[in-house]
Design a protein around this ligand. Structure first.
Ligand code: SF4
Length: 72
């Protein structure tokens, strides 16, 4: 199993976000323990740093990540 490089510090992975989705377990399996390079949070953090990742951003929010990374 491939695990995300930043899972040890990721608030989503460690259930520290205020509004964790009911699908969190599935999202962790899909992204955190698999396709982490396509996770919205991973993409923003690796591009802009952890302080640029909104607390409301979840792994499947690809379009939001695109906008943040593009600076729009
Ligand atoms: S895949 Fe995304 S949500 Fe999961 S640990 Fe990595 S950055 Fe966090």
């Amino acid at each position: 199993m491939v695990e995300c490089d930043i899972s040890s510090t990721c608030p989503f992975f460690n259930d520290r976000l205020e509004n964790m989705p009911t699908t969190a377990t599935l999202l962790k399996q899909q992204y955190c323990q698999g396709d982490f390079e396509h996770c919205a949070r991973f993409r923003v953090e690796t591009k802009l740093g952890s302080t640029s990742v909104p607390g409301s951003l979840f792994p499947e929010d690809a379009a939001v990540a695109d906008r943040i990374v593009a600076g729009t």
